[in-house]
Design a protein around this ligand. Structure first.
Ligand SMILES: Nc1nc2c(c(=O)[nH]1)N[C@H]1C(S)=C(S)[C@@H](COP(=O)(O)OP(=O)(O)OC[C@H]3O[C@@H](n4cnc5c(=O)[nH]c(N)nc54)[C@H](O)[C@@H]3O)O[C@H]1N2
Ligand SMILES: Nc1nc2c(c(=O)[nH]1)N[C@H]1C(S)=C(S)[C@@H](COP(=O)(O)OP(=O)(O)OC[C@H]3O[C@@H](n4cnc5c(=O)[nH]c(N)nc54)[C@H](O)[C@@H]3O)O[C@H]1N2
Ligand SMILES: [Mo]
Length: 781
């Protein structure tokens, strides 16, 4: 295919090393950052804030290009304090890009929004905590507060935060998981009785085949590339299912191999690379199961099925009644391609399946993931060395957050255990997830939003709706390291509370503190920062949470909310803040798997929390792993666009495309590091639309031509983004791709996954039109 945008022929290699150092050099803290990089993921160092992939704490260096960007980004010499905010009103800041906002540097002092002047103004920490305490004590119900968490917060910070929220009286814990791997959790809990991956890093050495579904590790989990490269070199077969041809999954050169670093040499990663249609992976996996059941019955693990599973007959019936026509049509793959993949799967003694957002952000994501689980149950590929399921987590501690109780639907057992230990009663009814929290704020049912990290305004769907929801908050509290869009969605009262980052030295009364995190393999380990804090005024997240709780529960004008809450008053929040080992003791006393917590984190690689399914223990209702006999969905598009066809016909019979929103190589979620996407051949821009050349030609669209994208929903709200330039790309016809967060305005707040409530950001039905902007500019020329 001819395109102006040349993709490289391999990923990694020298350009990767070069980019690493460019980012470090640009950060204005070069020496510190080089020192930092050598301590990333080392025994005595800090956990890389980049992603949740595990490591073995051995080897010369454990960082990758994008981990280096994350480290350098946090440790910058630039600061944002009172002078900055005096200079810029909130209105002015709103006009800046996400890139510009974060590029201004680290937040250095607590600030309060003044609605009259439209500026943030300095506020003392004690005043800030008193504002929060007064507000929380004035509400008529604790369910009027939303406690959001992003997945970077440590185990200690998130544990304390959920304790604060629950003792205050609510389970409103919307978190980034709700937009991320929620479907994995829901699917795995119902299928195998635990919502986490069943493999550990060592299993990859023993896997004969590794399936990678809907994931772009070259950019988002670069350390996983070393694992895949090693597997490929040892003769393991890697099978990729990805809507796009991602170069790192084709060919990868390790920056740690001198030959691959300096010559064109690279390792071929994928033995087989299939490009299904968006949302088509359930059909693809169903096809694989159909082939095995009907053509290779000898590969079915009957012993496993009999001993360990339920509903196999129902599943078998469902599979045999799924037609190849439907499988081919919905997956966009041919029967022959699916059989190739199925053959690798069934011929391998050990198989691991990995997946990320390409499976989790669809309408029927829970069923897609359950179909992958079905395949593993069918062939007994779980609960043995080298085999199992691996949802690859995003944020570096998002899995730990859930373990610590950041969950709007806590299990009864978890609450009971907390209640017993604290001799109190806690709320049991489900709280709000992200979509519900935004709706509650939008309707003014909720009145306060507290965010422990993240950037909800830019991460959440339906941008206009989300902005309005946040602006409706009577108090918006953002605990952050960098200025972002979420600080600007304010009309009433708002606070910016600057905190330490993962790389920074955290000194409290009892000395230098470490925190702990859990990686995607359920390994818990310690992390100690070493850089001097960005400002003396930055507090640790734990300190901020402890002081919010202390102020709220010891408030002089205390209402019945806390005067009845003896447990909250009894807890010495400030003592917990002074010595994080005490928080770990509390965790040990209330959460399974954390025995001798303080001792065990002294071990170099930390400790393994264990996984019941990996031990063939199924914590489901009938103590067996569950086959899911669901039929393929009639449509992969969410219901909110069920009348898409009619809307489209009124819009001049325009072709409907399915859009996925994804990450470039130069971003960390809503944090934009730069405007390039090296692995996809994009330079200096982010408003691009990847589309199949034949589709473009049919619409008379030239490469680089500007287009507008409008989504289709049945609620008469116009959701549109303008001025995206067309890039011809290797993508199935009818599918298109563009970056997140630029395309978030297109995702309806009502378009969510069944059973997961996750915004369907990988299958947005849209129409494309030549940009009117461009017509004007052409006319001007
Ligand atoms: N550098 C960096 N690292 C990160 C992040 C970051 O932004 N930057 N974000 C972190 C977070 S929070 C997360 S959750 C992870 C995200 O990690 P990924 O899930 O890798 O992130 P996305 O960019 O959303 O990529 C989705 C991939 O799935 C493919 N895909 C989309 N839809 C489908 C589909 O229907 N079927 C199939 N088979 N493929 C599909 C896309 O082509 C793309 O390759 O990364 C984490 N690590
Ligand atoms: N359309 C679309 N939308 C998506 C996605 C998609 O693929 N497409 N992906 C979804 C996914 S997977 C996720 S996880 C969410 C991400 O949603 P979030 O986790 O809310 O967003 P981030 O961009 O990771 O948050 C960045 C901000 O975190 C703050 N920060 C960074 N480090 C720290 C720290 O150590 N402590 C504190 N307190 N703050 C810190 C900084 O101020 C920074 O501006 O977005 C989701 N939204
Ligand atoms: Mo994520």
């Amino acid at each position: 295919m001819s395109s102006h945008h040349q993709k490289p022929t391999k990923a990694g290699g020298f350009p990767s090393l070069q980019a690493t150092f460019t980012h470090v050099l640009r950060s204005q803290h070069t020496k510190q950052n080089l020192k930092n990089l050598l301590r990333v993921n080392q025994t005595d160092g800090f956990d890389c804030p980049g992603c949740a992939w595990g490591d073995n704490k051995q080897g010369a260096f454990q960082f990758c290009e994008n981990g280096a960007k994350a480290v350098a980004w946090e440790s910058t010499g630039k600061g944002v304090g009172r002078d900055f905010f005096a200079q810029h009103s909130v209105r002015q800041l709103t006009k800046q890009t996400d890139y510009w906002l974060e590029y201004q540097g680290r937040l250095t002092e607590p600030m309060r929004f003044n609605a009259i002047t439209d500026h943030y103004e300095p506020v003392s920490w004690s005043e800030a905590f008193s504002i929060i305490a007064t507000k929380l004590n004035s509400l008529s119900s604790p369910d009027q507060v939303e406690f959001y968490t992003s997945g970077r917060a440590s185990n200690e910070a998130s544990y304390l935060y959920q304790l604060f929220g629950r003792l205050y009286g609510t389970n409103n814990f919307p978190d980034c998981s709700n937009m991320c791997h929620e479907a994995s959790g829901v699917a795995l809990i119902s299928a195998i009785g635990i919502g986490k991956g069943t493999v550990v890093l060592e299993d990859f050495d023993a896997a004969e085949a590794i399936f990678v579904f809907g994931q772009n590790p070259g950019t988002n989990h670069p350390r996983m590339m070393n694992t895949l490269r090693k597997a490929a070199k040892q003769g393991g077969k890697i099978v990729t299912f990805n809507n796009l041809k991602e170069v790192a999954l084709e060919k990868f050169a390790s920056p740690q191999s001198p030959i691959e670093l300096l010559t064109p040499a690279a390792t071929t990663i994928s033995h087989l690379y299939l490009t299904p249609k968006l949302g088509g992976d359930m059909a693809a996996a169903r096809g694989m199961a159909k082939f095995i059941i009907e053509q290779r019955p000898d590969k079915i693990d009957h012993e496993f099925i009999q001993q360990h599973s339920a509903f196999f007959e129902d599943y078998q019936h469902s599979v045999t009644h799924t037609s190849w026509d439907k499988i081919e049509q919905q997956s966009g793959l041919t029967k022959a391609e699916i059989i190739q993949a199925a053959t690798v799967f069934s011929d391998s003694k050990t198989v691991i399946s990995c997946w990320a957002m390409g499976l989790t952000q669809h309408k029927h994501s829970v069923d897609i993931i359950r179909e992958v689980v079905n395949l593993h149950l069918l062939c007994g590929q779980i609960g043995k060395k080298g085999a199992g399921l691996c949802p690859v987590r995003g944020h570096s501690n998002v899995q730990g957050n859930r373990t610590m109780g950041i969950n709007e639907k806590p299990s009864a057992a978890f609450i009971t255990r907390l209640e017993q230990h604290l001799s109190t009663s806690l709320p049991r009814q489900a709280g709000h997830n992200v979509v519900e929290a935004l709706k509650a704020l939008h309707s003014k049912q909720s009145k306060v939003l507290i965010c422990l990290g993240g950037n909800l305004a830019a991460a959440a769907p339906d941008t206009d709706f989300t902005y309005q929801a946040m602006r409706n908050a009577e108090l918006n509290v953002q605990i952050s390291t960098k200025l972002n869009r979420s600080h600007l969605q304010v009309t009433h009262d708002a606070l910016i509370l600057p905190c330490l980052g993962r790389t920074e030295l955290d000194k409290q009364q009892s000395g230098i503190q470490k925190i702990t995190v859990e990686d995607t393999f359920s390994m818990v380990h310690a992390s100690t920062g070493m850089t001097e804090p960005a400002s003396e005024q930055c507090l640790s997240e734990i300190d901020i949470v402890a002081q919010m709780a202390h102020a709220t529960f010891n408030h002089s004008g205390s209402t019945q909310l806390n005067s009845t809450n003896h447990a909250a008053n009894k807890l010495d929040w400030l003592a917990l803040r002074d010595d994080y080992a005490l928080i770990r003791q509390l965790i040990e006393n209330t959460i399974d798997g954390f025995n001798d917590f303080n001792q065990r984190i002294e071990q170099p690689a930390g400790f393994y929390l264990g996984n019941s399914a990996a031990e063939l223990i199924w914590n489901t209702t009938n103590q067996l792993a569950q086959f899911n006999p669901s039929q393929l969905p009639n449509s992969v598009i969410a219901d909110c666009s069920s009348n898409a066809q009619t809307t489209a016909s009124s819009a001049e019979q325009q072709a409907i495309f399915l859009l996925q929103s994804l990450r470039s190589h130069d971003q960390y979620n809503t944090t934009i590091y730069g405007m390039d996407d090296r692995y996809r051949g994009i330079k200096g821009k982010r408003n691009v639309l990847f589309m199949n050349q034949q589709d473009a030609v049919q619409l008379n669209l030239l490469e680089d031509q500007l287009v507008d994208i409008q989504s289709i929903a049945n609620d008469n709200i116009v959701r549109k983004v303008c001025g995206f330039s067309v890039v011809y790309y290797d993508i199935p016809r009818g599918n298109i791709a563009a970056y997140y967060p630029e395309t978030n305005p297109l995702v309806s707040i009502n378009s969510v996954g069944i059973g997961s409530y996750t915004p369907t950001s990988k299958s947005i039905p849209v129409v494309i039109t030549a940009s009117t902007k461009q017509v004007i500019s052409v006319a001007q020329v």
